[in-house]
Ligand binder design. Structure first.
Ligand code: ATP
Ligand code: MG
Length: 566
C-alpha cells in the first residue's frame, strides 16, 4: 500500500479495527487475532447480543483469526442448561461457528490456584465483613474507603481460611476473598474488590464441586488469558473495570489480553435487559421467549427476520464509543431490503370486499401470469385464477373519494393487478347497517395486462378469486411498547405501563391458492401490504399461519407524521 492510500484505508476502519491493526503489529506481533463471545447462560440472546456476536465473529473473520464461544457461568443460581443450548443454536442461526467452546467453570480449579498465588504474594485476603459492611467500608465516589479490619491477616491465616471456604466450612456470605489493592483509589473497582463469594448452590455443570464462586472480574480476564484471547471486546460499563482486568493479569504475570469497550446497542420501542425480558415472559405479557414481538433472536426469527438482515443491521449501525439509541426503523428497513430482493410475491386480501364482474361469464375461469419477484428475473411467474367473483381490499374502495384517490370509487376505474381494468358501476349496501357489502363492476376484456394495448389507469389493486381464495390466519404484530423509551417512566411507574395494548391483532385473510401450500418458515411479500412468514411452530401442512414481519413502508412513522399517534 502506498502512503498516499493509507489515510483512506484508515478511515474505513472503525476504532476497534484501528486498535487491532496496531496491536497485531505491536504488543501481539506474531499472534493471530483471537476474540470471544462470552454470554452468561441466564436467558436467551437478544438483538444486543447479536451486535456483540457480529462484532467478535466478524473481526475474527476479517483478520483471519478465530472466535471462541465461552459461557460465563459463574453465577450458579441463575444459570441453566436450557439457555446454554439455546445460545449455541442462536449463534449458529446467525451464521457463525466458534473455534472453541468453553465454560468459565472449566477454569474454576485454575482460578482457585491463581487466587492462592495472589494470597501468597500478599495481594489477596479473606475478609469477614458482611456484604453490607463491605459496601459501607468501600466509601463513595467523593470519599475514600476504609481498610477492612481483616486486611492485614497473615498469608498463613488467609491460606487456611480460603482453603476452608472451599471445603464448605462457612455459610453463604460469611466470608469473601478480596484483592488487596487500594481503598483510596478514585476507581471504586480497585477498592479491594471481592474475588470469591460463598454460595452453597448446585451449578449446572460442576454440580456440588464448589461452594465458592468467582466474581465476574476475577473470572473474566483470567478466562480470556487462559484461552489466549488477544482482544476482549466488551460494552462500555466495563471501562472502569479495565484497570482491575489489567491488575489481575499483571499481578499473576500471565498472558495479558487487551480489553476494548464499545457502546451497547439500545433499540427504540423495546427493552433489552434479560431481567426485564424474563419478567415479560414470566408474567405472561408475551407468549414466551420466542414471541414474535420479543427482541430476542428467537423472537426475531419467529417474527420472520432473516440472519442476513440482522447481520446487515449490525454492520449498518457500526461500533461507537458513546451510548445511543438506534431507531427500530433501521432494523425494519434491513429486513425490508433483504426480503424485497428474495421474497416471492403473493396476492392476499386482509380485509375482503366482494366484487362481482357483471359482464364476466359465470362459468369462465382463466389463469393470469403473476410475477413472482420483480427484483429477481430468475424467479419467474406463476398462474393465478381469475373468475367472476373476486375479493379486493376494503380500503381499496371509497364511496366519497377525494380527487386524488386512485383506487376504486363509484364510476371510477382501476386495474386488477396482472389482469383487467374494471369500472365500479354499482355499490350494494346492507339495508340495515348501510355497510358496503358488494361492488358490481364491469371489466374491459381488451385491457388484460400484457395484451398489447395498455389502457392507462392510475390505480392497480390486488385481488383474489372468491372461488379459489384460501382462508389464512394472519397475526398482525406491532411494537410491544408504544413509547420510544419504555424504561423512561415517572416515579413509582414501571416499564410495563408502556406496553402497547394493540401489539397483536389476528385476522383471517383470503389468499391466492399458492399461499396455502408454502412450507413453514417461508417468507412472502403480500403485495401492497407487507412481508409475512409462515410461522414455524403453529403452521400445519396446507394450513400456514402467518406472522406479519413488517409493513411495506414504515406505517408507524406515517401515522406519526399525520399526528394520529403521539
Ligand atoms: P443483559 O443486560 O441483557 O443481561 P448482559 O451484558 O448481562 O446483558 P451477557 O450474557 O453477559 O449479557 O452478554 C454477553 C455479551 O454480549 C457481553 O460481551 C455483552 O457485553 C454483550 N452484550 C449484551 N448486551 C448487549 C447490547 N445491548 N449491545 C451490545 N453488546 C451486548
Ligand atoms: Mg452479564
Amino acid at each position: 500500500m502506498s502512503t498516499a492510500e493509507q489515510p483512506q484505508e484508515e478511515k474505513r476502519l472503525n476504532f476497534i479495527e484501528q486498535e487491532i491493526e496496531k496491536d497485531l503489529q505491536g504488543r501481539f506481533k506474531g499472534r493471530r487475532l483471537k476474540t470471544r463471545f462470552p454470554p452468561e447462560p441466564n436467558g436467551y440472546l437478544h438483538i444486543g447480543h447479536a451486535k456483540s456476536i457480529c462484532l467478535n465473529f466478524g473481526l475474527a473473520e476479517k483478520y483471519g483469526g478465530s472466535c471462541n464461544l465461552r459461557f460465563d457461568d459463574t453465577n450458579p443460581t441463575k444459570e441453566e442448561q436450557e439457555y446454554v443450548d439455546a445460545i449455541q443454536e442462536d449463534v449458529r442461526w446467525l451464521g457463525y461457528q466458534w473455534s472453541e467452546l468453553h465454560y468459565a467453570s472449566e477454569y474454576f480449579e485454575q482460578l482457585y490456584q491463581w487466587a492462592i498465588v495472589l494470597i501468597k504474594k500478599g495481594l489477596a485476603y479473606v475478609c469477614d465483613l458482611t456484604p453490607d459492611q463491605i459496601r459501607e467500608y468501600r466509601g463513595t465516589l467523593t470519599t475514600p474507603g476504609r481498610n477492612s479490619p481483616f486486611r492485614d491477616r497473615s498469608v498463613e491465616e488467609n491460606l487456611d481460611l480460603f482453603q476452608r471456604m472451599r471445603a464448605g466450612e462457612f455459610p453463604d456470605g460469611a466470608r469473601t476473598l478480596r484483592a488487596k489493592i487500594d481503598m483510596a483509589s478514585p476507581n471504586l473497582n480497585l477498592r479491594d474488590p471481592v474475588m470469591y463469594r460463598i454460595v452453597h448452590a448446585r451449578h449446572h455443570r460442576t454440580g456440588d464441586d464448589w461452594c465458592i464462586y468467582p466474581m465476574y472480574d476475577w473470572a473474566h480476564g483470567q478466562s480470556d488469558s487462559i484461552e489466549e484471547i488477544t482482544h476482549s471486546i466488551c460494552t462500555l460499563e466495563f471501562e472502569d473495570h479495565r484497570p482491575l482486568y489489567d491488575w489481575f493479569c499483571e499481578s499473576l504475570e500471565i498472558f495479558h489480553p487487551r480489553q476494548i469497550e464499545f457502546a451497547r446497542l439500545n433499540l427504540s420501542y423495546t427493552v433489552m435487559s434479560k431481567r426485564k425480558l424474563l419478567q415479560l415472559v414470566r408474567e405472561g405479557h408475551v407468549a414466551g421467549w420466542d414471541d414474535p414481538r420479543m427482541p430476542t433472536l428467537r423472537g426475531l426469527r419467529r417474527r420472520g427476520y432473516t440472519p442476513e438482515s440482522i447481520r446487515a443491521f449490525c454492520e449498518r449501525i457500526g461500533v461507537a464509543k458513546f451510548n445511543s439509541t438506534i431507531d427500530v426503523g433501521v432494523l425494519e428497513n434491513c429486513i425490508r431490503e433483504h426480503l424485497n430482493r428474495v421474497a416471492q410475491r403473493a396476492m392476499v386480501v386482509m380485509d375482503p370486499l366482494k366484487v362481482v364482474l357483471t359482464n364476466y361469464p359465470a362459468d369462465q375461469e382463466e389463469q393470469v401470469a403473476a410475477v413472482n419477484n420483480p427484483e429477481d428475473s430468475t424467479a419467474g411467474t406463476r398462474e393465478v385464477p381469475l373468475t367472476k367473483e373476486l375479493y379486493i381490499e376494503r380500503s381499496d374502495f371509497m364511496e366519497d373519494a377525494p380527487r386524488k384517490f386512485f383506487r376504486l370509487k363509484p364510476g371510477g376505474e382501476v386495474r386488477l393487478r396482472y389482469a383487467y381494468v374494471i369500472r365500479c358501476d354499482e355499490v350494494i349496501k346492507d339495508p340495515h347497517t348501510g355497510e358496503v357489502i358488494e361492488l358490481r363492476c364491469s371489466y374491459d376484456p381488451q385491457s388484460r395486462s400484457g395484451s398489447g394495448e395498455q389502457r392507462k389507469v392510475k390505480g392497480i389493486i390486488h385481488w383474489v378469486s372468491a372461488k379459489h381464495a384460501v382462508e389464512v390466519p394472519v397475526r398482525l404484530y406491532d411494537r410491544l411498547f408504544h413509547v420510544e423509551d419504555p424504561e423512561d417512566v415517572p416515579e413509582g411507574g414501571n416499564f410495563l405501563d408502556n406496553l402497547n395494548p394493540d401489539s397483536l391483532h389476528t385476522v383471517t385473510a383470503l389468499a391466492e391458492p399458492m399461499v396455502a401450500a408454502v412450507q413453514p418458515g417461508t417468507r412472502l411479500q403480500f403485495e401492497r401490504t407487507g412481508y409475512f412468514v409462515a410461522d414455524e411452530i403453529d403452521s400445519r401442512p396446507t394450513m400456514p399461519v402467518f406472522n406479519r414481519i413488517v409493513g411495506l413502508r414504515d406505517s408507524w412513522a406515517k401515522l406519526q407524521a399525520k399526528g394520529k399517534v403521539d
